[in-house]
Design a protein around this ligand. Sequence first.
Ligand SMILES: Cc1cc2nc3c(=O)[nH]c(=O)nc-3n(C[C@H](O)[C@H](O)[C@H](O)COP(=O)(O)OP(=O)(O)OC[C@H]3O[C@@H](n4cnc5c(N)ncnc54)[C@H](O)[C@@H]3O)c2cc1C
Length: 499
Amino acid sequence: MLRQLLASSLLILCTIKSVLGDSPSLQSILGNDDLEVYFPGQPGYQNASRAFNLRLNFKPVAVAYPNSTDQVAELVKVGALLNIPVTARSGGHSYAGYGLGGANGHLVVDLTQINAISVDNSTGVATIGTGNRLGDIAIALFNQAGRALPHGTCPLIGIGGHASFGGYGFTSRQWGLTLDNVVGATVVLANGTIVEASASQYPDLFWALRGAGPSFGIVTQFQFTTYVAPAQPTFFSYYWSLPLDQAITGISLYQNFSFSSSIPKEIGFEMDLTKGSSEGEILLNLVGSYYGSPDQYSAVVQPFLDAMTAPAQVNVTSWLDNLVLLAGSAIASTPQSIAAENNTFYAKSLTTPSDAPMSQEAITALASWMSVEGWYTDTNWFVQLELYGGNSSQIDTIPSNATAYFNRHDLWTIQFYTSSADAEPPFPREGFAFLDGLVASITANEPESYNYGAYPNYVDPRLPPNEWHALYFGSNFERLQQIKTEVDPTGVFTFPQSM
Ligand SMILES: Cc1cc2nc3c(=O)[nH]c(=O)nc-3n(C[C@H](O)[C@H](O)[C@H](O)COP(=O)(O)OP(=O)(O)OC[C@H]3O[C@@H](n4cnc5c(N)ncnc54)[C@H](O)[C@@H]3O)c2cc1C
């Protein structure tokens, strides 16, 4: 079926080419009144082509704002016709500027105008246009039907990238990643055909979309399973600024707590680490939410707090107010909030296995690097130990080959992040060495058999191919390559870390 569709669309492409002649210009094809599009040199182009990460600067051949799946399909056909790589952009929050293609010369298809959200009240399935951002989605799902999705805490992330490569938030231990809740997708393929992918239709494509989607097509809408929004979530945040030896103890206790068989799936948390308040100190922040009954909250966290007393902020609120607390800001997007959110940064990640704790040597080396190098560096930085696994986590119940998203059996995803001190360019070059040192402090102190992965939504453009193939996709990589040759044989959807 998929092959037949591809063949008939090739015919249409050839017809367009013969009508237009051999080398029509992009501007002559796209420059019509129905489509909002910006070309280099035009007013609006600079803003349309600005990366969220100001460390990066890419020049697309055009940035188009289609308002329907049909218009997306036309854009993809034009890109294929002219041999121009085509790139979808949803919220534009890719760490590596992949929403602009991660290189010069892409035709960027910005999905902002495809932003409908509806919930089927009988099934709870939500249909969400991929021009939407997480905060707006949360508000719409809750206001329309009292429902919710698992997703990250930053409200301005786009659903397109987030659901393509993962989608982790504090409800993920009970509801899974965002992509685990995708039950259908409307997809524009490389030849411009439009298909509905699901477990029963185009199952290979559907498998690939959930973990590596941008290599295979442009999704214009997703259908998601949703959940009744928790009635009274408990937000919590505890702080400690500790000298090195106590910080090492704190991180070790946190690891024990992460492994504890007493934590229910209704709790989600991470420990954030950054520069402390005095020389050599490290600031530890345990932050998260509990979605069970508020009167049971204390019993869940008390075993950790018995060992580590701390100043606390604990708030029982409504679902949407909980999201505001986690975001640290309003969650509805506005042109002002979008414009104000940029940063100049670089990040890496490591996932750690759920069957082997990080060694004391690695914890000590990591904490020492943060305490010494971290105190003297001029960059801003943080390290996050995000709990993906642990007792009864939903993420962990799904086999690694069930979706293209591979890293299922992990305790933590660790994010290492550094940015310029004022969030503006230039990015300080020492930031790379500082971050490489943080990662090496762990990897140099574990045996070679220690089973790392990395999180594709914290995409690291400096990873060499053999590393990102293995760290992001493990043994799923081969099947993804195979599907790529069937679905996009000429590489219309090509970017630095595409299949
Ligand atoms: C401030 C900040 C906070 C974050 N917090 C979290 C968090 O809490 N949890 C978490 O899991 N992640 C988090 N992330 C990472 C985030 O999930 C990824 O950066 C995500 O890929 C961004 O999606 P986007 O649509 O905004 O980005 P974009 O740059 O628009 O897209 C990212 C990639 O997806 C592709 N793509 C986008 N839309 C589509 C589509 N419709 N069809 C096909 N391909 C598409 C793009 O081409 C690009 O390759 C955070 C990122 C930032 C910047």
